[in-house]
Write a protein of this length. Structure first.
Length: 414
């Protein structure tokens, strides 16, 4: 049949019916071929640097997955000689840490190596208040009635105490009338030194059959607990075994403070509950000191008792308890006083000495006080030796009191 005539034939629909299979095959095959051609053209354009975002993707029939290409086996890598293979280093044993030094030895080393400022420097404020005023007032004058009157005012306002000031003034009147100012200075120097030498104390050695018990008194804020810590450090540095008793149970901060000192110094601290019985703590401290064969037991006491009756009752109870297991205890009773309080320190000493026997004084904060002259009044009025003076914050700043050294520093002498 002529193709041109075919397309013009009115029987086209009849022909399509007769050749339906051929028509269906063409309709299925031609789109697939067209899709394959478009896909190949698209891939070629992408491989030549075309923008993937601009390529048109047309779905195509899935193609058979290509079989993997077999790879040649890898050539074996020769092993290097054993001598060339790096061997792991043997694990080194950790170096043993040196044993920590005993705390007492560390404290002793600190005290020995610490610079020790001169007492004259630490007493500069007191010296200026007492001796400096005298020097400015005397100024090369002769001792007459007017000068005696001025000297009286200076002595009575120098925190020496009324009785001490009167005795010093009487001696100047007797020995320096008509003399020059230098003589007044010499008389005061010698008179003050004599008062302090009369009561200069010495440290009592621990008893052979038990610990030496030290009871420490003082009002809150006087530096009592800190002084106990420094005393413990001093004794520990001397090789003595120390036990501390936190008997100030009315103040939780005092218990904590003493425990900190115990850790720092390396000594045992016996403590009870805040608000507990101070006498029970004192009793437990002595028992612990005996069991540990300690050389020294230092017991703190409450410092807020302001009236005589409860103070007397509490201290009496503690003294009885201490002597129950250790006859003669307490062997020392130290009263700690703040030098800055001046005349109030004398009032405190009067209260404590009325209710218990005080065997020694500790004067704190002398380095920051202009009222250090109170130490003369305390020794003169109460006849109690001064055992220690505090002239700074460090452990080594709690020093043994030496009368000559103190008076020389007070008068600015080497």
């Amino acid at each position: 049949m002529d193709s041109n005539l075919f397309w013009l034939s009115p029987d086209i629909f009849a022909w399509l019916r007769e050749n339906a299979r051929l028509v269906a095959f063409v309709l299925i095959l031609v789109p697939g071929l067209l899709a394959l051609v478009v896909e190949r053209l698209t891939r070629g354009s992408l491989s030549q640097g075309g923008d993937a975002s601009e390529a048109v993707t047309v779905s195509a029939p899935p193609l058979a997955e290509a079989a993997p290409v077999p790879q040649p086996p890898a050539a074996p890598v020769p092993k290097p000689p054993a001598a060339l293979v790096p061997q792991p280093e043997p694990a080194s044993e950790p170096a043993s840490e040196p044993a920590p030094e005993p705390v007492a030895e560390v404290v002793a080393e600190v005290i020995a190596e610490a610079p020790k400022p001169s007492l004259r420097d630490r007493l500069a404020r007191t010296s200026e208040t007492l001796v400096g005023r005298l020097g400015g007032m005397l100024g090369g004058r002769k001792v007459d009635a007017d000068l005696i009157e001025e000297l009286e005012v200076a002595l009575f306002t120098a925190d020496l105490g009324v009785a001490t000031a009167e005795s010093l003034l009487d001696r100047v009147k007797k020995e320096a009338t008509g003399a020059d100012a230098e003589r007044v200075r010499e008389i005061l120097h010698d008179a003050i030194l004599e008062k302090l030498l009369r009561v200069e104390g010495r440290q009592v050695a621990p008893l052979a059959d038990g610990p030496h018990v030290i009871l420490v008194l003082g009002v809150n804020g006087s530096g009592k607990t800190t002084s106990i810590g420094k005393l413990a450090a001093r004794y520990a540095a001397e090789g003595k075994k120390v036990v501390l008793g936190a008997g100030d149970t009315f103040r939780a901060a005092a218990i904590d403070q003493l425990q900190v000192w115990g850790e720092r110094v390396g000594c045992e601290v016996i403590a009870g509950q805040p608000g507990g019985d101070p006498a029970a703590v004192a009793f437990d401290t002595v028992k612990a000191a005996i069991a540990a064969e300690a050389d020294i037991a230092i017991i703190d006491t409450a410092g807020q008792l302001q009236t005589k009756k409860p103070l007397m009752e509490e201290l009496g109870k503690i003294a009885r308890v201490l002597g129950r297991d250790l006859p003669g205890a307490p062997h020392e009773t130290l009263l700690v006083l703040d030098s800055n309080t001046g005349q109030n320190a004398i009032s405190q000493a009067r209260l404590f000495t009325e209710v218990t026997t005080v065997t020694g004084l500790v004067l704190t904060k002398l380095d920051g006080s202009a009222k250090g002259g109170v130490i003369v009044g305390l020794a003169d009025e109460f006849g109690i030796p001064v055992h220690f003076v505090g002239v700074g914050e460090s452990i080594e700043d709690l020093r043994d009191f030496q009368a000559e050294e103190f008076v020389d520093a007070l008068f600015g002498e080497n």
